[in-house]
Design a protein around this ligand. Structure first.
Ligand SMILES: [Zn+2]
Ligand SMILES: [Zn+2]
Ligand SMILES: [Zn+2]
Length: 766
């Protein structure tokens, strides 16, 4: 006989882990207890030694679908007199983040149940259990229990209540438990808000509408979505026109991995990412050979060799996509980049001009949570937009104190709130240029601080004074009477990646980005920073150039090209501007460039991408963010072993990478009629060589690749390959985006490091 204490760490709360331990223990006649504690699940079990070993093995191998077991610690204890096996009430401590779970896609057992005639939950759109279903999208306060979720509006029927109370049932303590008798009801609404039908007929009518080429607004897990038949060119074109989204790719909902394979290439790693409990939108290559290409019409992702694919995250999504019998466009319910709608009345107001019918229901959504976006990159699964399924799972950062509130950047905004040794990063909130997103930012800060029960101690923000996030940070710091820490944008990028990987030494950060304000007042974005904790130094950067028209250059890549040309050949620059603005306009713009009026200085690699795309004749104006850069990447796809353009790195510190020889070579290639694919490949190769030279010069063994440009898969792969070949260790963001969605995490970490330094200097104990 043996008695042990077992500590399981990882994502093990709100996923049915305790009932799982209970079942596994009672099956083996073990006695003891199991309990949620901060950071994990603890248990003490006693019984025959082989049974105890078997139990530990089961915890490791057969954990519930939504769980992620990171470690299991087993310690032997003296034997004790214990009867039976009990689930003890949770212990609440400062780290309440551990008991605030993320939404989990429907598990296989619930899916099977809803598809089996005669089952109580046959065709029930809201079936869930202790290891799957809504969590963060329905929780209103902690601890996570039904009365503090939006499910409190639904009184459990006796059958559901029995399951909820039965420790042997897989719905034991499943807070969202419901059935057709007691759960939410589907309703089909006209755009005027009139109820047409409810229940199963509502679902059937929505399926008919989709089959008939109409657009359905669907109340999903974290907000309204717009759905249309992906194989219907007219429906997709109509959705684009009404949503005012001309070319940006739409995500596609497939019924299964097999269905996705009829359209896309799906590797084994991609298959497991697609069917993971987070059910993200996964970027896949469109297949050039698979038979089902026509099931996703070209208008879904115009000109793109990739497709964002996802599998159903709720029974409702599954019924729709299976009912239609083919893939569905499934995109957030909003106008262009506004926050996603969650409230029925608001959705009717904002989406009435877009959707033909609304498939709604009466369960409230507690907060907007977009679909997450991920891909399988050189480092494994990489999250590019972190939201549903991932938020609010904390990121473990040992040493971080509780109470730091970091407000993030301006685009792809997120906020971060720290607990002891953990950082909770909010879901993706969108682009703060829009008033609604700005308001959402403030609401999300309040929401997280309240949910996590944190007392704010310090506020962190970007150096840029004009970001909506920076202004909110100033206001909150004043309101709360707290200090405000300003963190340089690219330092935050590097700090986020280092924290995620738990690396504490010196690292060279290659931060290739759109733009972030440098301490010199210019827009940085092609930086090599030597970072050690709270301290950093700029060791290299791209040669600066001016962006005529300031922020307009982000949407109009020809402006970045003009900035380069102006420094290389005045005659070429004037001709370039004249072609776009006419003679008078060109003269005015050239004068603005000369005098630096509304023409900020930048070292951005993102803008260099834009410029080369424009010079290569690919695109003058973007239809969506980074379109020109993405097209330049795609253009290079079939070119291997291209000769890199010259992009020499000067001597001294910071070393300056001069793009002038590169621009001259691009112009010569274009004049000679070189195919754009080769121009694109030579440009990518030049950047990879620059990365290698920069790393060799800095001679720091650990290199970090981050910033929005590293969403470019070709660039990320090429740079990584070259650095590894030279013996460098390479880290890239994985669970947090390389783009500005990761900035709030970096700010929080830097603020924590500075607090620690101050403590060290003042000699005060922690
Ligand atoms: Zn389930
Ligand atoms: Zn029920
Ligand atoms: Zn950035």
């Amino acid at each position: 006989v043996r008695r042990v204490s077992i500590t399981v760490r990882g994502v093990v709360q709100g996923v049915g882990f305790r009932p799982f331990v209970h079942r596994a223990a009672t099956r083996r006649r073990l006695t003891g207890w199991v309990q949620n504690r901060s950071g994990g699940v603890s248990a003490e079990v006693q019984g025959a030694a082989p049974d105890v070993c078997e139990l530990v093995d089961t915890l490791r191998r057969a954990a519930p679908a939504g769980a992620r077991v990171e470690s299991i610690e087993v310690v032997d204890l003296p034997l004790a007199e214990v009867q039976g096996f009990r689930i003890l009430p949770s212990v609440r401590r400062a780290r309440s983040g551990a008991i605030l779970p993320a939404d989990i896609a429907t598990c296989a057992i619930c899916s099977r149940e809803t598809a089996t005639p005669g089952e109580r939950r046959f065709r029930h759109a809201f079936a869930s259990c202790a290891s799957c279903g809504p969590r963060y999208s329905i929780v209103e306060a902690l601890p996570y229990d039904r009365p503090r979720t939006t499910m409190r509006a639904f009184a459990m029927c006796p059958a559901c209540a029995r399951e909820y109370r039965d420790a042997d049932d897989r719905r034991f303590h499943a807070q969202a438990v419901a059935c057709p008798a007691c759960g939410p009801t589907l309703r089909l609404l006209s755009p005027e808000g009139r109820e047409i039908v409810r229940g199963e007929p509502a679902l059937q009518s929505a399926i008919e509408a989709l089959r008939g080429g109409r657009i359905v607004a669907l109340k999903g897990l974290g907000g309204y979505q717009l759905v249309a038949d992906a194989g219907d060119p007219a429906a997709v074109a109509q959705l684009r026109a009404r949503k005012r989204r001309s070319e940006k790719p739409f995500a596609v909902l497939f019924a299964s991995v097999a269905a996705a394979r009829e359209v896309c290439e799906v590797s084994r790693a991609e298959e497991s990412a697609l069917s993971a409990p987070q059910a993200p939108i996964l970027l896949l290559d469109r297949s050039r050979t698979a038979a089902g290409g026509a099931m996703v019409t070209a208008g879904v992702a115009p000109g793109s060799p990739r497709l964002g694919a996802m599998l159903p995250c709720t029974p409702l999504h599954r019924f729709l996509v299976e009912g239609v019998g083919g893939p569905l466009v499934c995109t957030s319910g909003n106008l262009s980049e506004e926050p996603i709608c969650i409230d029925d009345r608001d959705a009717l107001l904002r989406l009435a001009g877009i959707a033909d019918v609304f498939l709604a229901h009466d369960r409230l959504i507690a907060r907007p949570i977009d679909d997450s976006v991920a891909r399988v990159g050189p480092g494994g699964v990489e999250v590019l937009r972190r939201a549903r399924g991932f938020t609010p799972l904390p990121i473990s950062v040992p040493g971080v104190p509780a109470g730091i509130v970091a407000l993030g950047a301006q685009l792809k905004s997120t906020v971060a709130v720290t607990l002891e040794d953990e950082v909770v990063v909010s879901q993706h909130l969108g682009d703060l240029h829009l008033a609604d997103a700005s308001e959402l930012l403030e609401r999300t800060v309040g929401d997280l601080v309240r949910l996590l029960g944190v007392r704010p101690r310090i506020v962190a923000a970007d150096l840029h004074p004009d970001y909506a996030s920076s202004r909110l940070a100033e206001r909150l710091a004043a309101q709360w009477g707290l200090a405000l820490e300003r963190v340089q944008h690219h330092h935050a990028h590097v700090a986020a990646c280092l924290a995620e990987h738990g690396f504490e030494g010196s690292a060279l950060g290659l931060v290739w980005d759109g733009a972030g304000l440098g301490p010199d007042g210019t827009l940085w974005g092609g930086e090599a920073l030597l970072v050690r904790g709270a301290v950093w130094r700029r060791v290299a950067h791209l040669r600066p150039f001016r962006l005529a028209g300031g922020e307009r250059a982000i949407a109009e890549p020809w402006r970045a090209a003009l900035g380069l040309l102006a420094l290389v050949s005045r005659a070429d620059a004037l001709a370039w501007a004249t072609r776009r603005l006419g003679e008078a306009g060109a003269r005015v713009t050239m004068t603005m460039l000369d005098r630096g009026v509304n023409a900020p200085v930048t070292t951005s690699i993102g803008r260099l991408f834009d410029a080369v795309a424009a010079l290569a004749g690919l695109r003058d104006v973007n239809g969506f963010e980074a379109q020109a850069a993405i097209e330049l990447e795609n253009a290079a796809a079939d070119e291997d072993g291209a000769e890199p353009y010259p992009l020499p790195l000067g001597s001294g510190e910071p070393a300056v990478a001069d793009w002038a020889p590169l621009v001259a070579a691009v112009l010569a290639d274009v004049a000679a009629g070189t195919p754009v694919s080769l121009v694109a490949a030579r440009f990518h190769a030049a950047l990879a060589v620059l990365a290698e030279e920069t790393a060799v010069r800095a001679a720091v063994p650990q290199v970090v690749l981050t910033g929005g440009c590293f969403q470019n898969l070709r660039l990320a792969r090429d740079v990584r390959r070259r650095l590894l070949a030279r013996g460098f260790a390479v880290l890239s963001p994985r669970g947090v985006p390389p783009n500005d969605g990761g900035i709030s995490l970096g700010q929080a970490v830097v603020a924590a490091l500075r607090m620690e330094e101050r403590r060290d200097v003042s000699g005060n104990p922690r």
